[in-house]
Design a protein around this ligand. Structure first.
Ligand SMILES: Cc1cc2nc3c(=O)[nH]c(=O)nc-3n(C[C@H](O)[C@H](O)[C@H](O)COP(=O)(O)OP(=O)(O)OC[C@H]3O[C@@H](n4cnc5c(N)ncnc54)[C@H](O)[C@@H]3O)c2cc1C
Length: 464
């Protein structure tokens, strides 16, 4: 047996490679850039800790804890402070706490009585039986009404996908919501009745799952996994071609000025969709990777501003705030990072991490840094009663941050499915295949490692 190739050292590729190695299977991880982690990058500056990409990870499944245990990450895990459980939404320019219990929902000033009535009626609305694919907006309007879409879901979708609910597909972008309606006939009913099934699967609902990171940010996780791979991690080795050979897969990659090749028994392609589309795939399948270039991505800038605590009028007693598009601010949302993790700012200071751009205002994400800092600061002044100037500013721009699972996304999923079906030992992963959340990608790593192990054992058994 030859080794297994994993292409792309984002969280999917790293998790899969680490788990394969843990199963005593030989693995080689090829990475185009000089560092592991993909979009995960943490930066310490002037006593602040900023995240360029994701800020938090939701502990939705026991497998995550298992990974942390066997990789030695457990001692670095930092669970968010409990006061971070509270979340805020902006309505009429005011930062209002989102109701967390049914009782507080009815007392909240966030929604009108009409919206509250609409929510109460949700369990009595018929389930979707039409053949055409609904957008998130259509789904929410039908089940909860317009106001819930405009004020809650629009902001939530911006927070997860930096996306547009009118374009995102409910079945592909939020498959659990779609399934909840199909299985239980109602989201509210599913919330109660689905709890038992979740427990059986070792899952925790997103509402109950604890938020976590690591002592020096999420990059600790990807650096640690890469370190455990030792010499099997190959940075600065962009893969240019993948060729099916009689007993596996040939990888062509660049190393310095050289073009090299290596043969493998199985292969996981775990890059972004647009990077996969650049790779020349030669296989017996009639499908190739080129059409993944048509998957649209939302551009996002992450902006961390640090302030003196005394200069911020808002108590920052929660996770952060989300902003619906109708409110006409420039930021999509802001995390109260130093409330969640006190070590993100020096004593007596606070760190606020905002995201800008997305499908809502894509043109803002690529603004020059000074303009971006001023724009975010101006919004925060209005919303969080800030009196002074920021003392620390850090930002990062991702022109293609998050893939958009828009209506019609099934076309791309079909290609992923067909390629894997046509090409034994060839697997495709990454956040355009199994969902954008870190937890989705880590869990996919477990699936890939198990599937590849099964494949190797049955089709290409060890030759010793
Ligand atoms: C700004 C931002 C904020 C986010 N916030 C959150 C959050 O708070 N919580 C959350 O759960 N999720 C969040 N996400 C989503 C989550 O971070 C990503 O979905 C996830 O990290 C993507 O991991 P991945 O394995 O798909 O690959 P990526 O991180 O995209 O990595 C792919 C890797 O492949 C490499 N590569 C590309 N081409 C080649 C090639 N030819 N050869 C070899 N290597 C190649 C790249 O260099 C890269 O390292 C956020 C994402 C962004 C961008």
């Amino acid at each position: 047996m030859k080794s297994i190739a994993v292409i792309g050292a984002g969280i999917t590729g790293l998790t899969t490679s680490f788990l394969l190695k843990d199963k005593n299977l030989p693995v080689e991880l090829y990475e185009a850039s000089g560092r592991p982690g993909g979009v995960i990058q943490s930066k310490r500056q002037d006593g602040y800790l900023a995240e360029f990409g994701p800020n938090t990870l939701l502990n939705t499944n026991k497998k995550l804890e298992y990974l942390f245990k066997i990789s030695g990450l457990k001692e670095h895990v930092k669970f968010a402070e409990h006061k971070g459980d509270k979340r805020f939404l902006v309505r009429n320019g005011k930062v209002i706490a989102m109701p967390s219990k049914a009782f507080s929902f009815f007392l909240s000033s966030l929604f009108s009585w009409k919206a509250k009535y609409n929510l109460m009626m949700e369990p009595f609305r018929p389930r979707w039986k039409n053949a055409y694919e609904e957008s998130v907006a259509q789904f929410v309007r039908r089940r909860f009404g317009d106001e819930f879409l405009t004020y809650a879901i629009d902001a939530l979708v911006a927070g997860i996908f930096a996306g547009n609910p009118e374009r995102l597909s409910v079945i592909h972008g939020f498959p659990k919501l779609y399934k909840a309606e199909q299985e239980y006939g109602s989201m509210i009913r599913a919330q109660f009745l689905g709890a038992k099934a979740r427990k059986k699967r070792g899952e925790t609902s997103k509402q109950e799952a604890r938020i976590l990171s690591f002592d020096e940010g999420l990059q600790v996780m990807t650096d640690t996994l890469a370190q455990k791979l030792g010499d099997d991690f190959h940075p600065n080795c962009p893969v240019t071609a993948i060729t099916q050979i009689p007993d596996g897969w040939r990888v062509t990659y660049r190393q310095g000025n050289d073009l090299k090749q290596k043969d493998h028994s199985a292969l996981l392609l775990a890059t972004s969709a647009y990077a996969a589309a650049q790779i020349d795939l030669q296989s017996t399948s009639s499908f190739n990777l080129n059409s993944f270039s048509n998957i649209s991505y939302a551009p996002v800038s992450s902006v961390m501003l640090g302030y003196k605590r005394e200069d911020v009028g808002h108590p920052l007693d929660g996770f952060g705030m989300l902003l619906p598009g109708i409110e006409k601010f420039n930021i999509l949302g802001t995390l109260f990072s130093s409330t969640l993790f006190p070590n993100r700012a020096p004593q007596g200071y606070v760190a606020l991490s905002s995201y800008v751009g997305g499908m809502r205002q894509p043109e803002l994400a690529g603004l020059p840094q000074d303009k971006l800092f001023k724009m975010v600061h101006d919004d925060l002044v209005k919303l969080l009663k800030i009196r002074g100037e920021p003392v620390c500013c850090i930002s990062n721009y991702y022109p293609r941050a998050i893939p958009q699972y828009n209506v019609g996304y099934g076309h791309f999923k079909d290609i992923v499915y067909q390629l894997q079906k046509d090409c034994p030992g060839f697997y495709i992963g990454g956040n355009y295949t199994r969902g954008p959340a870190l937890s989705d990608n880590i869990l996919s790593g477990f699936d890939f490692a198990d599937n590849i192990e099964d494949y190797i054992k049955t089709v290409a058994p060890f030759e010793v």
